[in-house]
Write a protein that binds this ligand. Structure first.
Ligand SMILES: Cc1cc2nc3c(=O)[nH]c(=O)nc-3n(C[C@H](O)[C@H](O)[C@H](O)COP(=O)(O)OP(=O)(O)OC[C@H]3O[C@@H](n4cnc5c(N)ncnc54)[C@H](O)[C@@H]3O)c2cc1C
Length: 363
């Protein structure tokens, strides 16, 4: 989100200083692992659809401007029992926003995409425009274009503290290396939200996730994109697992952590949980483990993002709590952060992402 904000702010002719704790596109936060799902019929809430549609437009524009391929269209399947929240939520968004989609029963699914082994009463909502993004390449692309437009990016320089001037204009930001003054501040801290956004009083809940890559047992052609769309599977409301090509992972994330104490070592339990889902639903993919890495989700209490102006400091724009589904929105979030930082408002429909919903929530 920070890389996209730097890109959008610099593209509007603003002087931009970017401060990053690690190097460009590192493995210590939430945006690594070579692929991220993008889809439109958004089961989490129909309110996200206009934002993801704008994101698609901006991804295409970024590809055009950079000459990089960042978005691969494979089609996507949202699977589960017809009453599952993923299937119902996907259909709700598709219907409300008139998005092209197909509802497949288990037999139709098997015939069309033979790698999947649904249970007889599973259904799938197929969306042809879904696919995946290349996160590291997307970050590098935003950063490179930002630098080309004049942004000054400092890596390995963590922010230790920031303060907003009471007048409503101007901020001071300190790092171990220097103290900076600026008119506006954008904070997109990922899993470090609790330390940089304490005064929002949102209980950001960081979770440890593991992504696994498998070698198919046989028939590798079944896992080529034309036959094997990205998928998210709601298993009886008990667990959610998903995959992008030969990468598979659990979306359900029971292990709490912080960026400092996350266990980066992969355990047998991490792998066996994914394997048990593959064995049932995609058995041909349950071959040797090729690679596994950890990552972090930063959950808000309702698992919706927090994007808006800081409630006490109108010169500070905030993007946090992406709750394990934010990457696809990166360019539109960057655009919104630029709108908020420059104009103090945006025409994008982000009211539902305001931090106010927590302040006003009944306790
Ligand atoms: C395993 C996994 C799978 C996912 N799958 C999908 C998916 O398929 N589709 C999808 O849309 N989303 C997905 N997501 C979610 C998505 O990747 C995240 O929502 C998104 O990447 C979050 O971006 P961010 O900018 O908030 O965090 P990050 O990319 O982690 O960026 C935050 C940055 O802030 C820096 N920082 C923090 N504190 C400081 C400081 N004090 N000073 C300087 N720099 C600081 C960090 O170093 C970091 O670089 C997934 C996430 C995970 C973990």
């Amino acid at each position: 989100m920070g890389s996209a904000a730097a890109y959008h702010l610099s593209s509007r002719g603003k002087r931009v200083l970017g401060l990053e704790r690690f190097g460009p596109a590192h493995n210590n936060g939430s945006s690594h692992g070579h692929s991220r799902i993008i889809r439109q019929a958004y089961h989490e809430h129909p309110n996200y659809v206009p934002l993801v549609q704008r994101a698609y437009h901006l991804w295409h524009q970024l590809q055009h401007d950079s000459g990089e391929t960042l978005l691969h269209t494979t089609g996507g399947l949202m699977l589960g029992h017809p009453t599952s929240s993923i299937v119902k939520g996907t259909l709700l968004s598709a219907t409300r926003h008139q998005l092209p989609h197909q509802l497949l029963n288990a037999t139709e699914l098997r015939r069309r995409f033979p790698a999947f082994h649904p249970r007889p009463d599973d259904v799938a909502v197929y969306e042809s425009t879904a696919g995946y993004l290349l996160p590291e390449a997307a970050i590098h692309t935003h950063l490179q274009l930002a630098v080309r437009q004049g942004a000054d990016l400092h890596f390995h320089e963590p922010v230790t503290e920031w303060c907003a001037h009471p007048s409503g204009d101007g901020v001071t930001v300190k790092t171990g290396a220097a103290t900076y003054h600026a008119q506006r501040l954008v904070i997109a801290p990922g899993a470090w939200a609790s330390s940089l956004l304490t005064d929002l009083e949102i209980p950001f809940d960081v979770r440890r996730l593991v992504m696994c890559w498998f070698q198919p047992i046989s028939h590798p052609e079944l896992f080529q994109p034309a036959q094997f769309p990205i998928y998210i599977w709601d298993v009886d409301g008990q667990s959610i697992f998903y995959g992008i090509g030969v990468k598979a992972a659990m979306h359900s994330a029971p292990i709490r952590c912080t960026p400092l104490n996350i266990n980066r070592k992969i355990t047998d339990a991490d792998i066996s949980q994914v394997r048990s889902h593959l064995q049932t639903f995609i058995p041909q993919l349950n071959g040797p483990l090729v690679r596994a890495v950890t990552c972090m989700y930063t959950l808000t209490p309702d698992e919706h993002f927090v994007v808006g102006l800081h409630p006490h400091h109108p010169q500070v724009a905030v993007a946090a709590g992406f709750s394990g589904h934010g990457f696809k929105f990166t360019p539109v979030v960057g655009e919104i952060l630029a709108d908020l930082a420059i104009d103090g408002r945006t025409s994008q429909p982000i009211g539902f992402l305001s931090h106010d919903r927590f302040a006003n929530a009944p306790s």
